[in-house]
Ligand binder design. Structure first.
Ligand code: F0G
Length: 499
């Protein structure tokens, strides 16, 4: 739609100019630091930082209906910088000029309703937000769009070159970081640290393909994360893990989009979110609170965070009585929800702070954490994939979490759930294949349910001639092959011949 065709009252606001009063706030000592450099921990005390807009109240000068109309109209505007997560520029990172925004096609992922057969099996209506349809096939692109736009802004303003951007990853952060860094050309090079053998081959191929320097380290993600933290303390690098608070801002867009997809009415909704490093859940809570305070949404939805029993520090924290909770990291065991297999989430302090604020504004029955076992995660993934929903193992974890929350009575069948399938099924296809072949037993404790297993059938061709690559086939041989193969397949499928 052309700019002059938009309603007159919205025209001046379609393309936002930089605004707000962004700054880093330390969660420990409360110090505030200017946003004109990249910080990951507080220079005064080493505490974890959040980025806040101290002038956010200006957003309340306009009624919620103004923002709803503005964001809905922006979807029709052909301005690349606003087509992704920056549709919500004023609520996200309002200091970044549109000219510095990197847009690679992230965000505005589809929200798909589960078919009624599946909803009936599960016992509630639900939708899945297909985060695997982002450019690097996971939700991490949202945060990278914000972090790399900010980095791009600093590179341009401060004439930086040869920035080395680093991250540790369970596979998806590294894919997204390498992709977004590669779009900046020579100015930014990325290096990623991966726990060897603990990311899937598809995830490993992504930073390699994007030209990043890839280091494989022994141990699990938590070990690689410690090395990256040391690198960022001692050397001049740009850290792209979710300790980088610009990433959290980008990931808030998930909450804004869910609101938009349901006409900004979230009161009877339940958001189900898998938790690993706790960056995503933090961002979602933060985004919902911002939209609620500016009256963009009618109320706050219920949140159900999900963890595997094999990597459950957040679950263990919240299951303790309120007021007497103690956080302790756990040693993780192999989990099919491998991308969330984290024993010491770096964003935990942010989550503790935000979940308390959330419960204060939405009520005590608004935030829950459930744990699920490996079999339930695999069955969730496979069931969804058999009903038109291409969810990853973490999406399967959400479906298992929905069943667990219904079972525990934390939510009722009259509520509508929105599951976060954080990545594409194809990234985790090796877990599916291992399940089908009955190979998840010893390491993951998952037995194959024969009803969910699926293997290719070999076609019995008897004496028929076989086509060979690179060799032409005589017409009568081709005919004999086609006829034998068609007959064998028809028998296998029990097909009736046409009259
Ligand atoms: N789902 C997927 C597909 C992920 O890649 C991750 C985290 C999570 C869920 C958990 O989200 O960490 O924000 O709580 N992956 C990170 C990575 C840790 O390195 O790719 P979280």
């Amino acid at each position: 739609m052309l700019a002059h065709d938009f309603p007159d009252d919205l025209k001046p606001f379609l393309a936002p100019t930089p605004g707000g009063d962004m700054g880093y706030d330390c969660l420990v000592c409360g110090a505030r630091h200017a946003p004109d450099r990249l910080l990951y921990t507080c220079p005064s005390c080493g505490g974890l930082l959040m980025l806040t807009d101290h002038n956010i109240d200006r957003l309340r000068d306009k009624p919620g209906s103004f923002w709803r109309r503005l964001f809905d109209h922006r979807l029709m505007l052909n301005l690349p910088a606003l087509r992704g997560v920056f549709t919500f520029h004023e609520f996200l990172a309002p200091n970044i000029p549109l000219s510095d925004v990197i847009y690679l096609g992230e965000g505005h992922t589809p929200v798909v309703k589960a078919p009624s057969v599946l909803a009936n099996m599960v016992g509630a209506n639900f939708y899945v937000k297909m985060e695997g349809q982002n450019p690097s096939a996971s939700f991490k692109d949202r945060g990278m769009a914000a972090a790399l736009s900010m980095l791009n802004h600093l590179v341009r303003k401060q004439n930086l070159d040869q920035v080395i951007a680093v991250c540790a990853s369970t596979g998806d952060t590294s894919a997204a970081a390498a992709l977004y860094a590669s779009s900046l050309g020579q100015a930014v090079k990325s290096a990623v640290l991966l726990p060897k053998g603990k990311v899937t081959p598809q995830q490993l191929s992504q930073p390699l393909g994007a030209g990043a320097t890839v280091f494989e380290l022994p141990g699990v993600f938590d070990d690689s994360m410690k090395v990256v933290e040391r690198l960022s303390e001692k050397y001049r690098v740009a850290l792209l893990n979710s300790k980088n608070p610009w990433r959290v801002l980008g990931q808030e867009s998930y909450a804004y989009e869910v609101a938009q997809s349901f006409d900004y009415s979230l009161l009877d909704k339940v958001l189900i979110v898998p938790v690993g490093n706790a960056g995503n859940i933090t961002a979602i809570l933060s985004g919902l609170l911002k939209f609620h305070r500016a009256s963009v949404i009618d109320g706050l939805p219920k949140i159900v965070a999900v963890q595997s029993k094999r990597a459950n520090p957040v679950f263990l924290y919240y299951r303790q009585p309120l007021g007497d909770r103690y956080y302790a990291p756990v040693a993780v065991k192999p989990s099919v929800a491998q991308a969330a297999m984290i024993g010491d989430p770096v964003s935990f302090p942010r989550l503790a702070e935000l979940s308390a604020l959330y419960e204060r504004e939405a009520g005590l029955s608004s935030f829950y954490v459930v744990e699920v076992d490996e079999t339930a995660i695999m069955e969730g993934m496979l069931q969804a994939n058999r009903h038109g929903l291409t969810v990853c193992t973490q999406g399967g974890e959400c479906l298992a979490g929905l069943k667990a929350a219904l079972g525990e009575g934390l939510i009722t069948p009259s509520e509508t759930a929105i599951l976060d399938s954080t990545a594409h099924a194809l990234k985790f296809v090796d877990f599916q294949n291992a399940y089908f072949e009955g190979r998840l037993g010893s390491e993951y404790g998952v037995a194959t349910n024969p009803e969910l297993a699926n293997r290719p059938r070999q076609v019995e061709l008897g004496q028929a001639p076989i086509p060979e690559p690179g060799k032409a086939m005589a017409p009568e041989d081709r005919e004999a092959f086609v006829s034998a193969a068609a007959k064998a397949i028809a028998e296998s499928l029990g097909l009736a011949e046409k009259a």
